[in-house]
Design a binder for this molecule. Structure first.
Ligand code: GDP
Ligand code: IMO
Ligand code: MG
Length: 431
């Protein structure tokens, strides 16, 4: 296996960072391919606990090359902060390369993100407020600024001059905000470019060399398939394609070169922000059990600190995500969170009036009306966090995992039973 895409298969926060850190020692190259610092990837290993937003989670293996691909939108300020944090903790970042083609999140993107959310009122999306949507919109509108532009004084000044004129009109006339100064913005972003210059490069030759030499390459997803701008619960989605197609596009690797797509699923479901969530549990003992408040892995957003909404595993959504993305291998995380539950539910279908749906409907209005059809399985009521082999899991846990694989329609690859790199069960080798 040479190229593996590891993608979030629910609404994000499935434990992608944890698994990329685990697999990075086998990969020679890790490419983060999409999203921006809306992502928060937690890595727990022998070096400590780290919260990454833009830097690939393969950074802790000194022999692995890490690339921030062309599909990512970058907050230079956030990235510099992350680099400083890692360096101050003794992590070597010299093998981090940033695509010249990646787009830059500018201050006006962050302002627009917040103004637009305010304007949506009750219909707000619940974005992370990091300027992600406006940055991707500008990229598609061909008015974006790219990382390469930060390295060329004249290009940056010219691009900024033409873009800022329009942005300042919007800021002042539409939102009643203060205009941004061309001079200050230019100097600030030029400085970011100087500080990041050693890392910014054309990443295409790096990726091509790795492909030619058949090196194991891991494509690190951010967000999750149900937040996909085309196939997610639109408009309650992010502004990029976080799935397998996005992996190819954002890394610059053709689909014929990808050997396997690992879908990362929590053993239950969570969501941050607004939008439909058919299996959501309102307050109650089961919801409390899933939230794990007080534990280091509690369901609290890594980036924004918001409480995550929680619910049972939704096999309708899970299978749909697998179908749209060609997921062939499952990684099931946080199985240990279910250790103390006497009964566990899985949603196996949606009822809509008299019909049973096998696929999630395309519109929020209809999705809001579906009733989950549950199947109940017995819990195992014993700790799993020290288990390292599938056959050593309690029988009820084995049965639960097997049922998920059957419903989703993919083979089992990895089970995770704790946040630490070591707390994983490898059911089938990835590379
Ligand atoms: P990501 O965005 O997909 O990388 O996931 P996050 O890091 O945002 O959220 C996952 C959370 O669960 C983090 O706090 C991880 O440390 C933690 N975690 C990951 N895998 C496991 C697991 O198997 N068990 C437990 N208890 N925690 C886990
Ligand atoms: P990781 O990589 C969970 C959600 C936001 C919001 C919606 C749109 O850690 O899994 P945006 O700021 O992207 O415009 O917000 O998407 N969202 C995430 N939820 N994990 C993430 O990333 C997310 N990135 C964005 O909460 O609902
Ligand atoms: Mg996260």
């Amino acid at each position: 296996m040479s190229v593996v895409a590891l993608i979030g298969a629910q609404w994000g926060d499935e434990g992608k960072g944890h698994l990329v850190d685990l697999l990075a020692s086998k990969a020679r190259l890790v490419v983060r391919y999409g999203g921006g610092n809306n992502a928060g990837h937690t890595v727990v290993n022998h070096l400590g606990t780290f919260k990454l937003h833009l830097i690939p989670s393969g950074i802790f293996d000194p022999s692995t090359v890490n690339v921030i691909g062309s599909g990512v939108v970058i907050s230079p300020e956030g990235l510099l902060q992350e680099l400083d944090d890692l360096k101050s903790r003794g992590i070597n970042t010299s093998k981090l390369f940033i695509s010249e083609r990646a787009h830059v999140i500018m201050p006006y993107h962050i302002m627009f993100d917040r103004f637009q959310e305010d304007a949506r009122g009750d219909d707000k999306i619940g974005t992370t407020g990091r300027g992600i949507g406006p940055a991707y919109a500008d990229k598609m509108n061909r008015s974006g600024i790219r990382m390469a532009d930060l390295l060329h004084e004249e290009t940056l000044l010219n691009r900024l001059r033409s873009v800022l004129e329009e942005k300042n009109r919007l800021l002042t006339k539409l939102y009643g905000a203060k205009p941004l100064s061309l001079h200050d913005t230019y100097l600030r972003y030029l400085d970011f470019g100087h500080k990041l210059a050693d890392h910014i490069t054309d990443t295409h030759p790096i990726i091509m060399r790795a492909l030619e030499k058949d090196m194991p390459i891991l494509l690190e997803g951010a967000q999750g398939c149900l937040l996909d701008v085309d196939y997610g619960t639109y408009p309650y989605v992010t502004s990029s394609p976080p799935g397998a197609a996005g992996a190819c596009q954002g890394a610059g690797i053709g689909p014929t070169r990808v050997d396997s797509v690992i879908g990362v699923y929590k053993a239950y479901t969570t969501r941050v922000g607004q939008g439909p969530f058919p299996t959501e549990l309102a307050d109650g003992p089961d919801a409390d059990a899933l939230r794990q408040i007080g534990k280091p892995w509690a369901e609290v957003g890594t980036t924004t600190g918001r409480l995550r909404r929680v619910g049972w595993f939704d096999a309708v959504m899970a299978r749909y995500a697998a179908q749209v993305n060609g997921i062939d291998t499952l990684a099931i995380t946080k199985l240990d969170v279910l250790d103390e539950l006497a009964n566990i539910k899985i949603c196996v279908g949606y009822k809509l009036h008299d019909a049973t749906l096998e696929y999630p409907p395309a519109t929020t209005a209809v999705l809001d009306q579906v009733e989950p059809v549950y199947e109940e399985m017995p819990g195992w009521m014993s700790p799993t966090s020290d288990v390292r082999r599938f056959q050593d899991l309690p029988e009820a846990a084995q049965a639960y995992v097997a049922r998920i694989c059957q419903l989703v329609g993919a083979r089992l690859g990895i089970i995770s039973v704790g946040p630490d790199r070591e707390q994983t069960i490898i059911a089938s080798e990835v590379f």
